[in-house]
Every structure is written in C-alpha cells, then in structure tokens.
Ligand binder design. Sequence first.
Ligand SMILES: [Zn+2]
Length: 310
Amino acid sequence: MLQSFKTLPQLIAAFPTEQHAVDHFTSIRWADGKFCPLCGNADEARIGTLTGTNTHKCYVCRKRFSIRVGTIFQDTKLPLRTWFAAIWMITNHPKGIASTTLATDLGITQKTAWHVLHRLRHAARTPSFGNPLGANGSPVEVDEVAIGGLEENKHTDKRLNAGRGPVGKTLVMGLIERGGELRAGVIPNTQRNTLVPIIEHHVAAGATVYTDEHPAYKSLTKDGFSHGSVRHSGGEYVRGAVHTNSIESAWGLLQRQIIGIHHWVSPKHLDQYVAEMTFRFNRREMAKGDRVNALLSQVEGPLPYKVLIA
Ligand SMILES: [Zn+2]
C-alpha cells in the first residue's frame, strides 16, 4: 500500500525519516517485482538485502546496489525526501518551478537545483502512453509553434517561412487527441518530410486529423487520414468541428510556463521543458500526490552531469 498525500505538508508528514522515503521509492520501483539494475536479473529469489541496511545484493552478477542505482537519483547524495519535495513542485505547480526558486525553497545550491530539475524533466519525457492518438474516434489536432528569445512567442508564419523555422526561434510540434493525450517535441523544420512521418507514428491510421492550412499537411488525405483544415490566414479559426483550439491552448500553457518561469530557454533544453509541460498536461485530472508517484514510477536511467552539459 503506497503512501498517499494530498498536500505538501502531508507529503512531508508521510516521510518523517529518509528511510520512509527509501521504502516508498523501493515499493514503486519494484512494484512488478525485484530486479537487479546492474545485470537485469529479475529472479526475486536471487536478490537479497543485507540485514539492517539499504544495500541489496544480486546473486547472479554478485554485485551490491542501492535502490537508486540505474535511476536519475543514482549519482547525487541529495536525500530522497528532498527529491520528493522537488517532484511535488515540478509536477504540481501549474507552470513548473525555476531553479532559483527551488534552490531557496529546498536550501540547496542553484547548481544542484538546476541539476535536479533537468533530471526530473528527463524522467518526465520518458514514456508515451502507448496507444495511437485518435484510435478511439476522437479527432487529433496537429500544429507547430515557434518559441524562443525574450520577445513574445509567435505562431509560426508558415507563408513566409515555409519549410524552415523563423530565425532565432525553435520549432515545436504538437499532437493532441481532443479531450485526451498531448504529445509534443522539438522539430528541425516544418517540412512535409518532417511532419507527416511524426503524424504517421503517433496517430491511428484513418483517424481524423485537424490542422491549419500549412501546405505540408496537404497530403494527409492521401496518406490515409481524414483530414480537415482551417484557413487561419483567411481569418477562419473554426468551421464546425474543424479547429485547432485544443493544441493552441496547449501552446498557450507552454508559452506562459517558459515566459513566466524561465524567461528564456535555450533550444538545447527546450525539448525537456516541453516534456515537463506535457507530463503535467496529461495528468491534469490526477490527484497531486498521484502525480508525484507517477513521476517516481518513471525515473529509470541516470542522467550524468557530463551528459547534461555536453
Ligand atoms: Zn545482477
């Protein structure tokens, strides 16, 4: 039975000692059974725990490990309780949290806070829910947005910039099943060869896809989708069910997060901020404590500092 908590004080009360946090994380990570993160051995009978410690031993590879090994928590000494508080903030604050704020809230250095947030964003990006969008018959809205710089973000002007991003900005593509899941990520350009394969990868064959009039989407009918588009350049934003309002609202959230919290995001890291926003967006109906546990359930894979700054 997992600990549950609805507020930050409840979270703190749920983990009075570091051992409580270790036990909580252990029960999430090994929810489907114990495994060795070093050799992959998943035979529970061949994994032991040294009495009175948090050190586990694998009888296949004969190595010892803590529950942090092989996760984003691996190479920091930061207590899990501090991580949990950071996870609370990044998963539950509507716009996320700046590293400067996290540093002062948690009493850690800004460098550590930055490192923590980047690792959590790495975790947030990990899995997609799996099912193709639109498989349930709901329409899927697809759009791109150009983000960057201190100036206000603007919608891609595709008439002027067909096939390439506006100078100094980073392009993000998003696909959202109406009333359902959002998927989004950085793209190199807005050419058909870039956009259509992404749609084919994420959207169910034959599903209804709504876009604006960008020429790159013109082939979608031929590509096997039921395609409808609105002509934004002609002032048309809604024609019956055909519109891209859901994805536009998602862009609004992303822009408010980036402008309001981070002020500026380098193209190198934008994909991670998009992942963070998408994680929250897709769990907007979830209780706050459940969002914390959801992120804790996908922290496999360490992100060494060397990789992060490369
Ligand atoms: Zn092993």
